[in-house]
Design a protein around this ligand. Structure first.
Ligand code: FDA
Length: 391
C-alpha cells in the first residue's frame, strides 16, 4: 500500500506526529508492534501520566548537544500541549516541581491522541512487525507482517530500550545504523542504583525507609525523596542522579536535605544532652536510619559526651554520605534510555536526517533525554510536532 508518510512506533512521539502530519493533509500509516498504542503513556506517572512540566528548560535535558532540543521545545511548548489537554476536557493538577498530572487517568491522554488519529484519518496498524526497511526511488519500502508499505517519508518513533517486556526494542537504532547515522552510546537512565553484596549486607535492614533528602554526583544535585530498597537506592532523587552517574563514581547522599545539622546537634547537646545520639538523630531521620547512622559513626554514650568534632563527623555522615553504587537495575526498570541517534546527524527544526532525505527520527530514540517530571513526554510531543510540520 502507498502512503505519504509511514511512522514506526505508536508511542507518544509517533502518535503526536501522525496526527500533525494527517492534519496537514498527508496520508499517514502508523505501524505499531504491540496490541495497543501508547502503552508507556498508560503506565506513566503511576497511571496518571506526568504529561509535561511547567519548567521546561535546556538544563533539564541530557544530550551530547543540549541545544539541539531547544528549537522543537520552543516551537511546540508545554503551554501548547496544555492547551490540547484543556481542549480535550482533561482535568489536571500540578503535583510538585512543575509536574503536571491528569486528575483521572493516563488513558485520557491516550484517548485524546487516538481520537486525533481517527479524526484525521491516520491508519493505525497494531500488532504489526516491520521486518525490513529499504530506500526506493520515491521514498521508502517497508516489509511488514501486515504487507508491503511504500511511503515518501519514513519516521522512526520506536522509542528506547527501557522495559523490553512492553515492546521496547533496538529497532530504531538499527535503522539509524543501516542508513549510516551515528549513535551516541545508549545506557539506562532514570533507574534505581544497586550496591555490592558486602555494602547491601548492612543496608538491607533499611529497605523501605524513605526520606526527603538529596543526591549528588559531581556538580549535579537533586533535592527530592530517596528510598532504600533491597538492592540499593531508588526514589526521585536517585532516579534523577542515575542519569548523570557513571560506573566507578561515588554519589553523595544527604539524608535530611538540611545543611546545618552539626549546629543543631550542638544546640541540642547544650539544651538536653542526656540522650543517646540516635534519639537526637530521630528528630531529623526515621528511627531505623537514626540507628544505622549511630552504628556507622561508632559513637557511644550520650550526646553530652560528644565533642564538636564528633558531632561534625556525624553530621557529615548524614549530609554527605559517600556511597559507591556498582550498577543500575538496567533497562528492566529504567524509565528512559540515554544516548541514541546523534543529534549532529539531524536537522533540529524538522528532525530529518541530514544525509537521508525523507527519513526522520523523533522521541526517545534520539539522543535527547529529559529529567524525571514530564520532560520526556514534552520532548516526545515537541519533536513529534516538529517533524509533523515538515512531512
Ligand atoms: P515509546 O516507547 O513511548 O513508543 C515507542 C513505540 O514503538 C512503542 O509503542 C513500541 O512498541 C513501538 N515499537 C518499537 N519497535 C517497534 C517495531 N520494530 N515495530 C513496530 N513498533 C515498534 N515520561 C514523562 O515525561 N512522564 C512520565 O510520567 C513518565 N513515566 C514513565 C513511567 C515508566 C514506567 C516508563 C518506562 C517511562 C516513563 N516516562 C515518563 C518516559 C516516557 O514514557 C518516554 O520518554 C516516552 O514514552 C517516549 O516516547 P516515544 O514515543 O519516543 O517512545
Amino acid at each position: 500500500m502507498k502512503f505519504d508518510v509511514a511512522i514506526i512506533g505508536a508511542g507518544a512521539a509517533g502518535m503526536f506526529c501522525a496526527a500533525e502530519a494527517a492534519r496537514r493533509g498527508k496520508r499517514v500509516v502508523l505501524i505499531e508492534g504491540s496490541a495497543a498504542p501508547g502503552e508507556k503513556i498508560r503506565i506513566s506517572g503511576g497511571g496518571r501520566c506526568n504529561f509535561t512540566n511547567l519548567g521546561i528548560a535546556r538544563d533539564c535535558y541530557l544530550s551530547q548537544n543540549p541545544r539541539f532540543a531547544l528549537s522543537a521545545l520552543k516551537r511546540f511548548t508545554q503551554w501548547d500541549f496544555i492547551a490540547r489537554v484543556d481542549a480535550a476536557g482533561i482535568a489536571w493538577h500540578e503535583k510538585t516541581l512543575g509536574q503536571l498530572f491528569c486528575d483521572g487517568s493516563a488513558t485520557q491522554i491516550i484517548s485524546m491522541l487516538t481520537k486525533d488519529l481517527k479524526d484525521h484519518g491516520v491508519e493505525l496498524w497494531l500488532k504489526t512487525q516491520v521486518h525490513d526497511v529499504s530506500q526506493v526511488n520515491d521514498g521508502f519500502s517497508l516489509a511488514t507482517s501486515g504487507g508491503a508499505v511504500v511511503a515518501e517519508s519514513l519516521v522512526i518513533a520506536c522509542g528506547g530500550k527501557s522495559i523490553p517486556k512492553m515492546g521496547a526494542s533496538s529497532f530504531g537504532y538499527k535503522i539509524a545504523e543501516q542508513f549510516g547515522l551515528p549513535i551516541v552510546e545508549t545506557r539506562p537512565g532514570l533507574v534505581p542504583l544497586t550496591f555490592a553484596e558486602q555494602d547491601l549486607a548492612s543496608l538491607k535492614p533499611l529497605a523501605g525507609v524513605a526520606v526527603d533528602g538529596a543526591a549528588a554526583t559531581g556538580k549535579t544535585r537533586f533535592k527530592e525523596a530517596l528510598l532504600f530498597t533491597h538492592r540499593g537506592l531508588s526514589g526521585p532523587a536517585i532516579l534523577q542522579i542515575s542519569s548523570y552517574w557513571r560506573e566507578g563514581q561515588p554519589i553523595s547522599i544527604n539524608l535530611t536535605g538540611q545543611s546545618d545539622l552539626a549546629a543543631q546537634l550542638q544546640k541540642m547537646r547544650g539544651e538536653a544532652g542526656r540522650i543517646a545520639l540516635r534519639t537526637a538523630l530521630k528528630q531529623f531521620l526515621p528511627e531505623r536510619l537514626a540507628r544505622h547512622i549511630e552504628e556507622l559513626s561508632g559513637v557511644t554514650g550520650n550526646l553530652a559526651d560528644q565533642s564538636n568534632v564528633t558531632l561534625e563527623r556525624v553530621a557529615q555522615l548524614v549530609q554527605d554520605w559517600q556511597m559507591r553504587p556498582v550498577g543500575t537495575e538496567g533497562y528492566r526498570t529504567a524509565e528512559v534510555t540515554l544516548g541514541g541517534v546523534d543529534t549532529d546527524a539531524l536537522n533540529s527544526k524538522t528532525m530529518e536526517a541530514k544525509s537521508v532525505s525523507g527519513l526522520y527520527f523523533i522521541g526517545e530514540v534520539v539522543d535527547v533525554t529529559g529529567w524525571l517530571g514530564g520532560y520526556n513526554f514534552q520532548w516526545a510531543w515537541s519533536s513529534g510536532w516538529a517533524a509533523g510540520q515538515a512531512l
